[in-house]
Design a protein around this ligand. Structure first.
Ligand code: 13P
Length: 247
């Protein structure tokens, strides 16, 4: 995949329904350069999906549970998302890992369930600051990827999207430099092509996330192995997110 082909907004736990619809309405008449996905609170997914008329925009859930149905109070399932035509879901975001104690094992189950139901997981991973300070970030991230894919038989890299989000860069205003991000993305790309030699490497999509904004996105997205962005804070304002889409 060539550089910068996808941008994903991660709204996290933000926006009222009114604010969410204003955002989607802003894009009704905008022509977008790239496929654009909005990871909205699941409560809004159906309403936003029905309201949206921009063919470049689709929606993602921010989480799901791997079981198909049953006594799992508070959770949502893949069949529920599919019944609303939602085709993407964030899995393994560091906020889920850190605040909600999601383990590598749980993440692996979620990814395997997504792939077996043809829903595309945006598989997130990234190192905390102390790991980077020790110079162990590449081994750490490659191990996260390996365990996340441990229960999955990949047939094509189109089945998922990878998202490198260094924890020290999320919501801190401190972004990875383009060299730091490119180095990690290249290592991920090389590890994936070595692990899956039969799959088409051109179909690998690796997004960067972590304080990505209008000031730094152009230089990050110009790197050969950075295929777009997973954007938190800067995705909440429609004009800014449009600017990020046009980079
Ligand atoms: P920020 O862009 O706010 O740093 O968040 C990044 C992120 O966590 C996207 O998933």
């Amino acid at each position: 995949m060539s550089s910068s082909n996808l941008v994903i907004a991660n709204w996290k736990m933000n926006k009222t329904w009114e604010e969410a619809t204003e955002f989607v309405d802003f894009f009704l008449d905008k022509s977008l350069d790239k496929p654009t996905i909005i990871a909205a609170p699941s409560l809004y997914l159906q309403g936003l999906h029905l309201r949206n008329k921009n063919p470049q925009i689709s929606f993602a859930a921010q989480n799901l549970y791997f079981e198909e149905k049953g006594a799992f109070t508070g959770e949502i399932s893949i069949p529920m998302l599919k019944s609303l035509s939602i085709g993407y879901v964030l899995i393994g975001h560091s906020e889920r890992r850190q605040i909600f104690q999601e383990s590598d094992e749980l993440i692996a189950k979620k990814i395997a369930a997504c792939l077996s139901h043809q829903i595309i997981p945006v598989f997130c991973f990234g190192e905390p600051l102390e790991i980077r300070e020790k110079g162990q970030e590449i081994d750490y991230v490659l191990a996260q990827i390996k365990s996340g894919l441990a229960l999955t038989q990949l047939n094509s890299f189109k089945q998922l999207v990878f998202a490198y989000e260094p924890i020290w860069a999320i919501g801190t205003g401190r972004t990875a430099s383009k060299e730091q991000a490119q180095e990690m993305h290249l290592n991920i790309f090389n590890a994936l092509t070595a692990e899956y030699p039969k799959l088409n490497p051109e179909e690998i999509t690796i997004l960067y996330g972590g304080s990505c904004n209008l000031d730094n996105a152009a230089s990050l997205f110009s790197q050969p192995n950075i295929n777009g962005g997973l954007i938190g804070g800067a995705s909440l304002i429609a004009e800014q997110f449009l600017g990020l889409n046009q980079i």
